[in-house]
Design a protein around this ligand. Structure first.
Ligand code: PMP
Length: 399
């Protein structure tokens, strides 16, 4: 009965990993996947996560019972505080409804399902380009997606005028996806002043902001700074949605820990919360427990929280060092063109500006695996590999 099912298109990131595994080149590099690696190329389990895990295992009262549909209430409270800050009026006034979801993706999906059912507008605006799954997720919810200008290849920076023009031309009430920080894939973020301009455009068209926060603290090493855009919008009194992920900032990728918050009016918040739970119920009933327990332990213990901040800064600093080392290596090998963007872009990725043909050369000749849009993960790079990568880039640009 399923013989007519068409094969799904390959996933850009997973294809890069498969190519990497199959390659026999000893110099091969996997820069496709968005996961942090140590200088030795190994996954990192944070010290605070190890300690939280130890505490869970030592606690005889821990069991494997179900969580409720919205997850661990304390986790939800702490997650909202982490994003919106202790001074948040929206939190103080009880206008926020938060539920624990399956990492960032699951939070976006529950948010999309909620909007599809309860919001009057079906159009979701996403930046061009954006994390490819945004389009996937919202279309599967029955919503329509449309791009707004974001990245300007000529400057390798933000197309601020295009962005504002597109938001101002958007249908009133449309949903707009905003990357809270460390825009994926470009690594280009608006300045605080540009964020104020975006806020004005959003207000003037009464757009509904849906923030995607997958890199809080991981981008700059500072949890507050990476939440500034979210807080600017919330403090302006807007109704909005937020999807949070602990995949990168706590290294909990496979544990699927995240949260969805909907900020509405105080009269609506409780009703919204009940519908978020009903949405979760129909999708997966209730979220997994272990990862959310880890996060709850870390966020609620002042000592672990302080240690987490140090470890976060360590990851952000290593990525920054890789940017500097790759930039220096590109100068050293004499790669043509300007590579300042490698230094200036924010977060895990560098959007190199390599064309598809150049990426093809990187992969087939040099065994450097990356996504076809020219994005490389700086977190997957190590100091010893920078020279090789710079040579591969030089060769690909020249030929
Ligand atoms: N949004 C963006 C922009 C991302 O880069 C990612 C991770 N690649 C996610 C959401 C969600 O990831 P996860 O579901 O693993 O939290």
């Amino acid at each position: 009965v399923f013989s007519d099912v068409p094969k799904a298109p390959p996933d850009a990131i997973l294809s890069a990993s498969e190519g990497f595994e199959a390659s026999t080149n000893p110099n091969k590099l996997n820069l496709g996947v968005g996961a942090y690696r140590t200088e030795e190329g190994k996954p990192l389990v944070l010290g605070v996560v190890k300690e939280a895990k130890r505490r869970i295992l030592a606690d005889a009262s821990q069991d494997h019972e179900y969580l409720i549909m919205g997850g661990i209430p304390e986790f939800c409270k702490l997650s909202a505080l982490l994003a919106f800050g202790a001074d948040s009026k929206a939190l103080q006034e009880g206008r926020a409804a938060t539920i624990q979801c399956l990492s960032g993706t699951g939070s976006l999906r529950v948010g999309g399902e909620f909007l599809a059912r309860f919001y009057s507008h079906k159009l979701v605006l996403t930046p061009t380009p954006s994390w490819a799954n945004h389009k996937n997720i919202f279309e599967r919810c029955g919503l329509q997606t449309q791009g707004y200008r974001y990245y300007l290849p000529a400057t390798r920076g933000l197309d601020y005028e295009g962005l504002i023009a597109d938001l101002q031309a958007a249908p009133e009430g449309a949903v707009v996806i905003l990357h809270a920080c460390a825009h994926n894939p470009t690594g280009v973020d608006p300045t605080p002043e540009q964020w104020r301009g975006i806020l004005q455009a959003v207000q003037s068209r009464r757009l509904l902001p849906f923030f995607d926060s997958a890199y809080q603290g991981f981008a700059s090493g500072d949890l507050e700074r990476d939440a500034a855009s979210i807080r600017m919008f919330a403090d302006a009194g807007l109704e909005m949605l937020l999807a949070q992920s602990y995949a990168k900032n706590m290294g909990l990728y496979g544990e699927r820990v995240g949260a969805l918050t909907v900020i509405s009016s105080d009269a609506a918040a409780k009703k919204v919360e009940s519908q978020l739970m009903a949405t979760a119920r129909a999708m997966y009933s209730n979220p997994p427990k272990f990862g959310a327990l880890l996060v709850t332990i870390i966020l609620s213990d002042p000592e672990l929280l302080a240690q987490w901040k140090v470890e976060l800064k360590g990851m952000a600093d290593r990525i920054h060092t890789m940017r500097r080392m790759l930039f220096d290596a590109l100068q050293e090998v004499g790669a043509p063109g300007s590579w300042n963007h490698v230094l200036e872009q924010i977060g895990m990725f560098s959007y190199t500006g390599l064309t598809e043909a150049q990426v093809e050369n990187m992969t087939t000749k040099w065994s450097v695996f990356m996504t076809r849009d020219g994005r490389i993960s700086m977190a997957g790079l190590s100091g010893t590999k920078c020279k090789y990568l710079a040579e591969a880039i030089k060769d690909s640009v020249e030929n």
